[in-house]
Design a protein around this ligand. Structure first.
Ligand code: SF4
Length: 487
């Protein structure tokens, strides 16, 4: 984060990046990529960038800030002429929130141009970087995108597809890469498919995006999700699919459904809003309570709250109004201002909650600090009782796969039992959805998800050295080294 900024989402898991690739000769690629990035903005708000190829040269424009800020000057888009492009939005860590780490990264090597953007985190990124540096490689950034560029460049293959196939077997972790040469666009998903990537069709070509909501804004139709371990190559002859890794166990990040993804996106054929609503219904069955109204903490919990209300036969009310115009707030992060910061962004509707027994639905509790402030706000607005219901199980473990979580010691679910958490946050009652209830609500095979932050069972093994370096980096800058950023 920029120094001096507080965000009221600080007590949430944070998605790290959104990626987009578009191959569409005859279209205004830069404008389309920009529209696509607007749709993915919720996945990262600290930098944005687009690289475009005209067949001979790859040009890139990127900067710190929201898509609307980085491309406020239309001349930046006008400079990006070509028939295909790569786009990226990024949320980064305090220590690495630098323009140099903004993506896409564009390299020139002996075979020409290579633009790279990615979402996720390599759990062996530190080791790979160390080995490459020992062999003489020099890195300009701290991102995993630069790592894969080095590996591709060193492969000895002149064909980019062959080079990628040779490079990726050493990568361990959760990753979605989009790569672009002068004439080819490539999309790659890790063997477990932890981070999402989908393929769509435009009038003149194809688009790859972290989420399907981007397809609507670029006028594309959904074709299919990219399979775990699949590499797609898009060029003048269409889409070619190959497997870099054999079919294996899938492990899509379940938090995409719970919190990260936009409700109008579909993942594995399931609409995110409808899944969240189902999570709410199951939560109401498992954790019923007598109340007058149900409200959700905007925005990610609203779908689950409607499910709770529908199941309990209670009115769903707009208990909070979210101020959507604050953006990143440049104020000092003192305790007093932090508390005010929540009020700046969320305000209870007094006439709705006054004298009422309120069920407040949220998608997760990470450290508990925001829940505490929101409950206090409801009480100050006159709520008679506040019953908190969480549409996922307690978060007990850190994420090593590119999601910014607190370190394990800061997770309230790892330290306290449910009753103690309820007391700490000031709730009259607290109820979490069960692990089984969460998986049942997905409507997909139960073994197709990563649920490690709830279970501590990690699909991709992490060496003890990798864990050590990860925690050490978090302690260094107060946040994780996510988005594949190694600090
Ligand atoms: Fe997602 Fe949690 Fe797995 Fe990280 S540990 S990928 S946040 S489910």
């Amino acid at each position: 984060m920029f120094p001096g900024i507080i965000t009221t989402d600080g007590d949430k898991f944070r998605e790290e990046c959104g990626v987009l690739g578009i191959y569409s000769p005859g279209s205004d690629i830069a404008q389309l990529a920009c529209f696509g990035l607007y749709a993915l903005q919720h996945r990262g708000q600290e930098s944005a960038g687009i690289a475009v190829s005209d067949g001979r040269k790859v040009r890139v424009e990127k900067g710190m800030g929201l898509v609307s800020e980085v491309f406020a000057d239309q001349s930046r888009l006008a400079r990006l002429e070509g028939f295909m492009g790569v786009g990226h939005v990024r949320y980064s860590t305090m220590g690495s929130s630098l323009l140099v780490n903004a993506q896409p990264l564009v390299f020139r090597y002996r075979n020409g141009y290579l633009a790279v953007a990615h979402n996720g985190n390599l759990v062996n990124g530190h080791e790979l970087r160390f080995d490459l540096e020992a062999g003489g490689s020099i890195f300009q950034t701290t991102t995993d995108s630069e790592l894969i560029a080095h590996l591709v460049a060193r492969s000895g293959e002149t064909d980019v597809e062959a080079a990628v196939r040779q490079a990726v077997p050493v990568l361990k972790g959760a990753y979605t890469f989009i790569l672009m040469t002068e004439d080819k666009l490539l999309g790659l998903r890790d063997p477990y498919g932890i981070r999402p990537l989908s393929l769509g069709k435009t009038a003149n070509g194809y688009v790859l995006a972290s989420e399907t909501c981007a397809f609507d804004t670029v006028g594309a139709e959904f074709i299919r999700d990219i399979e775990p371990g699949e590499l797609v190559v898009i060029d003048g002859s269409g889409v070619k699919s190959t497997r870099v890794f054999p079919n294996g166990k899938q492990a899509l990040c379940i938090f995409e459904f719970i919190y990260f993804a936009r409700p109008d996106s579909n993942l594995h054929g399931r609409n995110v809003h409808l899944v969240r609503k189902q999570l709410g219904k199951r939560l109401a069955i498992e954790q019923p309570v007598e109340a007058d109204i149900v409200t959700g903490v905007p925005d990610s919990s609203l779908s689950a709250a409607t499910g709770v209300a529908e199941q309990l036969g209670l009115p769903y009310e707009m208990g909070f109004i979210k101020n959507r115009y604050i953006g990143r707030t440049f104020i000092q992060p003192s305790q007093e201002v932090r508390t005010l910061g929540v009020k700046l962004k969320l305000n209870p509707v007094r006439q709705i909650v006054k004298g009422k027994r309120v069920i407040m639905v949220d998608d997760s509790i990470v450290r508990g600090t925001t829940s505490m402030r929101i409950i206090e706000m409801l009480r100050n607005a006159g709520a008679r009782e506040v019953h908190v219901r969480i549409s996922s199980p307690p978060v007990t473990s850190s994420c090593f796969y590119g999601i910014d979580t607190s370190s394990a010691g800061e997770l309230i679910g790892a330290r306290l039992d449910v009753e103690s958490i309820a007391r700490t946050i000031g709730a009259d009652s607290l109820g979490y959805l069960s692990h089984e209830g969460m998986l049942d609500s997905m409507g997909l095979p139960q073994d197709s998800f990563c649920t490690a932050c709830f279970s501590g069972s990690y699909p991709v093994e992490i060496s003890s050295r990798g864990k050590f370096l990860f925690e050490e980096n978090k302690e260094d800058d107060g946040r994780c080294g996510g988005c594949g950023v190694h600090v």
